[in-house]
Ligand binder design. Structure first.
Ligand SMILES: Cc1ncc(COP(=O)(O)O)c(C=O)c1O
Length: 409
């Protein structure tokens, strides 16, 4: 069912057609996904498989962003811009609902990097404290801690990455074993971008809470990929980006900080709008000065779009696409999978090496040039391989085409 807020401001005719047709088919039908694909501006012939890096915004989001941008530029007066405050608050309510928390627990950032760094720099840590973190965290949740530790003097306990571990329980035990009496923060990743490991975040957050340890979760690869309920996960903070799996506007992100812990975080930037009275919830972490109001307002179409499809369907479709691909790749003796085949330990991101191919970068380039396939590549090292990260705008035939290309490589 289409939500009201998409209509008043000029909806793409394709979206309107989709809304009508989508009521005739269900996410169980391939035709539903074919219709949905038409809602993205992806050029004909492109097989875009790099959602883990950046996703295209859907046409409704683009329409909405463009509408607000034109409106802003046509009349940048305070009077005209007054509308953006309530619009941002409406988006905050949508974001909170989407993640199962309250709007006072959401701060808008530019991306995951900024959100995670707000936690890294905002918590009161001192020499003698320990931060436990996992080696396959993204640099924004790994190098940021290393850098800050140098300045402040706390120590890091870096848990080695284990992509091919047996079970979520074994993975959880490995991380839990690193927690000591000195640990003040556990910094983990919900789904890793390197090989797509899904960490048992709810169990790890519970373990952290029992030991009075702050648990920060990097959700760059889970917000918009998995049906995320932050209350159920039980983290103290969570960071994600709009331009990844949420398929929203570029350079928008959010930071969740659970209400009863907000006083423990110092803001990294203080500017107009900052208040210490605690009445604005997590908003004190987003007083960065002038923001791109149009971009934040356009987030409403982002959440509407996902709500219309249903996050349960989005997650199920991504699981279907990646499982289909994993099965095909696993049957190819030339392929060495870097991604765990246990369905409880992977989703959305598949990393596959072709040890017989000397120059993976050259292969990646030729697959783009000749077959329009866009991946990310790690040319060397222990997780060497081509990363394939499909989203709801991809098809099962495209997964078959990728498996075929790997067979011929
Ligand atoms: C796991 C993870 N965390 C954080 C980031 C950083 O995201 P952004 O560049 O949007 O800040 C990425 C980007 O790929 C990522 O994969």
């Amino acid at each position: 069912m289409l939500r009201r807020s998409l209509f008043p401001l000029g909806v793409s005719p394709l979206w309107a057609a989709f809304a009508q047709s989508a009521s005739l088919v269900t996410p169980r039908d391939e035709s539903f996904w074919t219709l949905l694909r038409k809602q993205f501006p992806l050029r004909e012939g492109l097989v875009y498989l790099n959602a883990a890096n950046v996703c295209p915004a859907s046409l409704p989001v683009l329409d909405r962003h463009q509408h607000f941008l034109r409106d802003f530029e046509a009349d940048p007066s305070f009077q005209n811009r007054a509308k953006f405050g309530p619009l941002r608050e409406r988006v905050r309510v949508q974001a909170a609902k989407f993640f199962g928390v309250t709007s006072d627990e959401i701060a808008f950032t530019r991306n995951t990097s900024e959100a995670s760094n707000t936690i890294v720099h905002g918590l009161n840590l001192k020499a003698g404290d320990e931060v436990a973190l996992v080696e396959d965290n993204h640099p924004s949740n790994l190098d940021s801690w290393k850098n800050h530790a140098k300045r402040v003097g706390f120590t890091l306990n870096i848990i080695p990455a284990t992509q091919l571990i047996d079970s979520p329980e074994a993975l959880a035990e490995k991380v839990e074993a690193a927690l000591t009496a000195k640990t003040k923060v556990l910094a983990i990743t919900h789904v890793t971008s390197s090989t797509g490991v899904v960490y048992p975040v709810a169990r790890l957050c519970r373990a952290a809470r029992e030991r009075n340890i702050w648990c920060h979760v990097d959700g760059a690869q889970s917000g918009g990929m998995l049906a995320v309920d932050l209350r159920q996960i039980g983290c103290d903070s969570y960071a994600t980006s709009s331009h990844k799996w949420l398929m929203g506007p570029l350079e928008a992100g959010l930071l969740f900080v659970v209400s009863y812990q907000q006083k423990a975080v110092w803001p990294s930037i203080v500017s107009v709008g900052y208040s210490e009275d605690g009445k604005g919830g997590a908003r004190f972490l987003e007083a960065y000065g002038q923001r791109d109001d149009a971009r934040l307002a356009a987030l409403d179409a982002t959440f509407d779009f996902l709500a219309m499809v249903g996050m349960n369907h989005v997650e199920a479709r991504i699981r279907q696409l990646t499982s289909h691909l994993m099965t095909k790749l696993a049957a190819n003796p030339k392929v060495q999978l870097r991604t765990n085949r246990n369905a409880a330990l992977f989703c959305g991101v598949v990393k596959a090496d072709l040890p017989g191919v000397a120059d993976l970068r050259a292969l990646d380039q030729s697959l783009y040039k000749e077959q329009g396939m866009a991946f990310s590549v790690t040319p060397s090292g222990p997780i060497r391989g081509i990363r394939i990260s499909p989203h709801i705008y991809n098809s099962l035939e495209q997964m078959d085409a990728v498996a075929d290309a790997f067979r011929k490589a």
